[in-house]
Design a protein around this ligand. Structure first.
Ligand code: PSU
Ligand code: MN
Length: 366
């Protein structure tokens, strides 16, 4: 009755796979997926472009193909070209200006209508409606009134991984359960639970309810593997000590090499489990912040978010931005360093996974 998803996608031309990625997929060469919400909404303009390029260069440096995912001119692109990535990075600048103008207009009592936002943050559930709407308005006046560019979150990027069978993905920190309100749970988590992908991250973002997110990962059946660490990192900090506990939060499993991670993930999938595997890598020690210094900035940023009535997808970008200002740029320094570091670890895991077990991998993908 229905077309299978891939044929439907092609016939609607909602998705485009970059030539470099298609080639790697065809030959069974290792690929690492990269997200772009961090480019459009996570890092300040300028830094974002550098970090995104660095990640690609690091992945390529050992013969692995980067597949940076994002929405460009109304299509989901899996494997952005350098030019397309640059466009998304530049649109972040326009977005900041757009939001400032919007706020000013609202403060003056106006409507604040300025045309569509230059670039939006797209979670997994946004992709369908967003791409369809962009497709329906490819010509005509509508085209000018609708947004056509988007940065994909971890959740949305996992959708792209499932479509193409990409097994390794590097990001900064995954989304999770927010502290307040606790019912604000990132769409990243359910997508992780249905995507057989190794996600390399510096743990969960410090702005979240760390223990709640940690427990939720167990609920969803997502293995958490510490990469050369016994403790659970929280993005800006290498470890996290729950209130009233004498010890930092520990990871259930530890792997010391890319090969060990590959073995663990393959065993997980061989058991028939379809979920992702979260590999957590502490941020580099020379730039990492301590939980104690973070905590003051975070409570201040969260109080501001509450006062300003920030909601839904706005919350994470707002908090990251405020932390940057409050820490005088130190959080951004850590963010960039850990993104690079994670790209490197993901690259090595992809090599181990694809070179050692190409057959297992082929047969375990549906
Ligand atoms: N990690 C970063 N910076 C970011 C994010 C993660 O270093 O901007 C983004 C990711 O794209 C993640 C998203 O998927 O934040 C989660 O947003 P939310 O909490 O609204 O689900
Ligand atoms: Mn949310």
């Amino acid at each position: 009755m229905f077309l299978e998803p891939s044929r439907l996608l092609t016939s609607l031309s909602l998705v485009r796979i970059g030539a470099h990625v298609q080639k790697a997929l065809d030959t069974g060469a290792p690929v690492v997926a990269l997200e772009t919400a961090v480019v459009t909404h996570g890092l300040p303009p300028g830094t974002n472009w550098m970090a995104a390029q660095d990640m690609e260069v690091i992945v390529r440096s050992r013969g692995v193909t980067p597949a940076t995912v994002g929405v460009v001119d109304g299509r989901l692109v899996i494997g952005l070209s350098e030019r397309e990535l640059e466009t998304l990075a530049q649109l972040a600048q326009d977005r900041v200006r757009y939001e400032q103008a919007m706020e000013q207009a609202l403060a003056m009592g106006g409507e604040g209508s300025q045309g569509p936002p230059p670039v939006v943050k797209l979670g997994a559930r946004d992709l369908g409606p967003f791409l369809a709407r962009a497709r329906m308005s490819r010509s005509g006046a509508e085209r000018l009134r609708l947004p056509r560019y988007g940065g994909t979150t971890v959740g949305a990027t996992l959708v792209a991984c499932r479509l193409t069978g990409i097994r390794v993905f590097a990001t900064g920190g995954i989304g999770g359960v927010h502290r307040d309100p606790a019912y604000d749970v990132s769409g990243d988590l359910p997508q992780l639970s249905i995507s057989p992908v190794i996600v390399v991250a510096a743990g969960v973002k410090s702005i979240l309810h760390v223990e709640a997110t940690f427990e939720y990962l167990e609920t969803l059946g997502i293995p958490v593997i510490g990469y050369q660490t016994d403790t659970f990192p929280v993005f800006y900090a290498r470890e996290y000590r729950p209130k009233g506990s004498p010890r930092p939060l520990k990871v259930p499993y530890r792997a010391d090499s890319p090969g060990e991670v590959a073995e663990m993930a393959l065993a997980h999938w061989a058991l028939g489990m379809q979920s992702g595997v979260l590999v957590v890598v502490p941020p580099p020690a020379d730039v990492a912040l301590s939980w104690e210094e973070l905590e003051t900035w975070m409570s201040q940023a969260m109080a501001e978010a509450r006062r300003l009535g920030k909601r839904g997808p706005e919350v994470t970008p707002f908090l990251l931005d405020r932390l940057q200002t409050l820490s005088e740029g130190r959080t951004v320094e850590v963010n960039v360093a850990l993104l690079r570091n994670n790209a490197q670890v993901a690259r090595d895991i992809a090599r181990a996974l694809y070179h050692t077990y190409p057959k297992h991998l082929a047969s375990s993908s549906s």
